[in-house]
Design a protein around this ligand. Structure first.
Ligand code: NZQ
Ligand code: ZN
Length: 394
């Protein structure tokens, strides 16, 4: 039966070639007087995008300061640096130019500047709720995290190896500029990790035991098939604009909650498992998800069999006649084949990490602390379950 839901997707999406030229005009609509431009390790300098963004702001006489150097699995220290700079400059608008790590950093800075007397990390510890947040916008350069339309932000306390997320509608970007051409400079590994992440945002909402709706399932299955098809195309033809465009738009739709309307909120345990791996080993998020998902799927499938069978048939195209367990297993195997086809791992060894038993225990304990002792919808997992899944994924 369909669950009641609210669907709130306020981000204005400006999509297509040359759209980055509109950034100044768009920022002006929000009355910004001092913008903090946040970016990463330099890809936007090499592609020329940063110069275009600055020119567009200058054309509208909008003042700005730059904060570069955000790393993947973005660090809390960079957030504090941004808050310090923003206070000094009286920043009233955050412009993220980059991917999930950059946008998430901008969101965290925006929270910190809006409530300057409080420590922003308390949000990520879930010790309080955000009451305010400055406006954030973005120019997206990688299709992956979906942060351009999502309410989430994921930050790593690098000193303690803790990767934590916080979500609030206050932090949904006011606009997102998406020109697929700018994703063509991505290293293949990032393109492919991005495709895995996009699919996972829909799969986390698909493998549930509550409230699934036909319209939502159809949207989800179409999105998943489209991303798979275009991920394979991009693996051999990374300059394919149409494929870049399909994947980029899918990334936003996958994590703006559209594919969760009417269900119980999703499972999200694969994400929680991966966040611990990211916090401890600094792995690329999408690749980490690919490494853990098959083990999670095999562990939970009997408790959510009807969804795994539907997935095998409608997404992976499994035609095998057999028991539901056999069809579900064939779907998981087909998914592993797809991951390998695009150069993604299906376990931690292929990912390049070999955690010890102690490290697995540590990750499992930390994961359960985030979940309040149990979590998941396809199957409710506790500490011993999570530990077993990590061992299966070794
Ligand atoms: O730093 P630069 O030089 O820009 O290089 C980046 C970085 O090395 C590079 N890159 C990005 N666009 C490029 C490019 N290189 C060449 N050309 C381009 N056009 O790609 C690398 C990865 O960037 P990153 O921003 O880390 O990627 P992604 O968008 O996958 O973000 C990952 C982060 O988002 C979090 C993840 O956990 C991870 O920390 N997530 C955020 C979510 C959210 N806010 O809703 C949800 C997700 O589930 C996820 O957890
Ligand atoms: Zn993700």
């Amino acid at each position: 039966m369909a669950h009641n839901f609210e669907f709130y997707a306020p981000t204005k999406v400006i999509f297509g070639k040359d759209t980055e030229k509109q950034v100044g005009q768009q920022v002006k609509l929000y009355g910004a007087s001092h913008v903090l431009i946040v970016y990463g390790g330099g890809s936007i300098i090499r592609s020329g995008l940063l110069d275009k963004v600055k020119e567009s702001l200058q054309n509208e006489a909008i003042a700005f300061t730059e904060l570069g150097g955000v790393v993947p699995n973005p660090h809390l220290d960079k957030v504090y640096e941004g808050i310090r700079i923003g206070k000094g400059k009286k920043t009233d608008f955050l412009l993220a130019v980059g991917g999930g790590s950059v946008i998430d950093t901008a969101k965290a800075i925006a929270y910190g500047l809006a409530e300057p007397d409080k420590d922003v990390w308390e949000l990520y510890e879930h010790a309080r709720t955000a009451k305010k947040c400055l406006p954030i916008a973005c120019v997206l350069t990688i299709a992956a995290a979906g942060s351009e339309t999502s309410k989430s932000s994921v930050i790593t306390d690098e000193k303690n190896g803790l990767k934590r997320s916080y979500g609030s509608n206050l932090a949904r970007p006011v606009f997102a500029i998406m020109n697929p051409q700018y994703t063509m400079t991505l290293p293949d590994y990032q393109t492919e990790s991005g495709c895995v992440d996009i699919m996972m945002h829909t799969m986390e909402r698909y493998f549930t035991n509550g409230g699934n709706m036909e319209i939502t399932d159809s949207l989800a299955e179409g999105l998943l098939r489209t991303v798979m098809k275009n991920a394979i195309l991009l693996h051999t033809d990374p300059q394919n604009y149409e494929a870049r465009a399909e994947v980029m738009w899918a990334g936003s739709l996958s994590h703006n909650d559209l594919t969760g309307c009417g269900n119980d909120g999703g499972d999200f345990m694969s994400h929680k498992l991966e966040h611990e791996m990211g916090g401890m080993f600094d792995v690329t998020h999408g690749a980490g998800l690919a490494a853990v998902w098959p083990s999670w799927a095999r562990y939970v499938k009997s408790d959510c069999l009807h969804r795994f069978v539907r997935y095998a048939r409608n997404v992976m195209g499994v035609q095998l006649e057999g028991t539901d367990e056999e069809i579900a297993e064939a779907g998981i195997r087909a998914m592993e084949d797809f991951y390998h086809q695009i150069g993604m791992p299906t376990n931690m060894k292929e990912l390049g990490i070999e955690p010890t038993d102690e490290q697995i225990h540590e990750m499992a304990v930390s994961c359960m602390a985030v979940c309040g002792g149990k979590g998941g919808s396809a199957k409710v997992l506790k500490l011993e379950d999570v530990e077993k899944i990590y061992h299966m994924a070794k």
